[in-house]
Design a protein around this ligand. Sequence first.
Ligand SMILES: Nc1nc(SCCc2ccccc2)c2[nH]cnc2n1
Length: 159
Amino acid sequence: QSSMAMKKVLTLVFVREPGRILLGMKKRGFGQGRWNGFGGKVEKGESITDGAKRELLEECGVTAKSLNEVGLINFEFVGDPVILEVHVFDTWDYMNSPVETEEMRPQWYGEKEVPFGEMWPDDEYWFPHMLNGKKFEAYYKFEGMDKILDSWIKEKTEQ
Ligand SMILES: Nc1nc(SCCc2ccccc2)c2[nH]cnc2n1
C-alpha cells in the first residue's frame, strides 16, 4: 500500500469555432481508436498550460495563443494505483490549420454531431458542460476501458 496517492498529470485541449469542435482520432497508444481532444503528459519543468500547448502543436500543428480552463477530471482504473489528473482546456484563439500526424487524425465536428459512440464513455457526460462554457470538476472510476463503475460531476462557480 502507499500512503502517498500516485497521480499522473495530463492535458486535453479542444480547438473551437462557433458551432464546431476539433477532435482527433488517436492512431496509437492510450485511447487508440477513439476520437478525443489533443493532449498528453506534462513534462518536468513545464507548466500545465505550456504542456497543453506543446501537445496540441505536436499532435496536430495548431498553435494555441491562449487557453481557457474548462475542467479538471480525475480518472481511476481498477487495479491501477495511478490516478490520471486530466486538465481540460479549450482555445478559440489559435494559428494554423490542423494537420494529420503519426499520433492523431484531426477532423472538425458540429457540436450536435460529436461521435460519442467512438469516444471514451465519460465524454458524453461532461461535453455538454464544456460546450455550454461551464467550468466543471469530475471523477470517473473505470473497470477496463469501457465500463464506468462510479462517477460524479459538479459545476464550478467562478472563484
Ligand atoms: N476524453 C477522455 N480522455 C481520456 S485520456 C485524456 C488524457 C490523455 C492521456 C493520454 C494521451 C493523451 C491524452 C480518458 N480516459 C478515460 N476517459 C477519458 N476520456
